[in-house]
Design a protein around this ligand. Sequence first.
Ligand code: NAD
Length: 359
Amino acid sequence: MNNQITLLPGDGIGPEVVAEAQKVLNAVSEKFSVDFSYETGLAGGIAIDETGNPLPEETLGKCLNSRGVLLGAVGGPKWSDPTAKVRPEQGLLQLRKSLGVFANIRPVKVFSALAEASPLKADRVENVDIVFVRELTGGIYFGTPQGREDVAEGRSGFDTMRYNEMEIRRVLHVAFKLAQQRSKKVTSVDKANVLATMRVWREVATEVSQEYPDVEYEDILVDAMAMYLINRPGDFDVVVTGNMFGDILSDEASMITGSLGMLPSASLGEEGSVGLFEPIHGSAPDIAGQGIANPLATILSTAMMLRSSFGLNDAAVAVETAVDQVLADGYRSADIAKAGEDSVGTQQMGDLVVERILL
Ligand code: NAD
């Protein structure tokens, strides 16, 4: 059995948080007697510096040969010139495309120990445990024609929103299957009152829902959903939507938790294909190299990898429980500590999680 994990530390705090995630994977190996083999690859700005390419062939080859890919983060001021021909983000898009990952899964869970970090009132966020499923490879971000032209009225830009039935159906199945393992409710978000693409989306979503009679189904317009996420976020279980709406709503929802450093993600393709796992935060250049980054989002991303790529549900639960316990025991990295509260550094946070896994 191929147990290879490819690590792509990337830029900024990426290497710091990925190192802690690897410590956690080593603890899982020990506790659950599984062997992982690791390959490390260059990706992002560091890959541009060393090879001129944000996703060198060698890196892509390693990723395609593995069960799961764990990415830290890519990018930073050094490579942020928007007119540059080669940019770190291109490597990430290329990687998603090459792996065929069409569903981006983002859990948004409020840890009870951190409820007060939410900008929303504590009683509203207490039970928040949502998983967003965002379609990742279609919709307006990829539709053609796309471009700009000069018209009589001045400059003009255009994009195309397009979804076909196959693309909608496969991401809806991911959402319903996830819901079956959770609270059995799927909310599909669209804009069927205005957009033809979204009327097809709703039709197909409704058809797929009939294949899952055990799962409650509802559809909600995207503008209403933007409001509901603030005034009743505890009502949702799995939320599935297209690429652009998912991009915006999942970022909105991430704010409910009050900490970017806590949120993991997975990007998945067809069953059995290589998954890509990464924290939702970026490379945090403002704190890179200081040893204070919060590694928990990356550690929780490894839990998602253990569950989806390796089928190691017990190990995933052990990692998630260890993170819960570290927080319940009062440990905080600087980003989640209250003013005046002591904080622990990146490595100590990793060690605290490892200790609890090995207990
Ligand atoms: P960011 O997520 O890197 O940082 C936003 C703020 O959150 C910063 O103040 C940062 O210090 C803090 N922060 C983020 N992660 C943290 C952590 N784990 N622990 C403690 N604090 C944390 O977003 P940004 O500043 O907008 O972007 C910085 C760079 O990252 C840019 O080059 C951007 O393009 C890139 N980026 C990459 C990805 C990715 O690799 N998937 C995602 C988003 C942004």
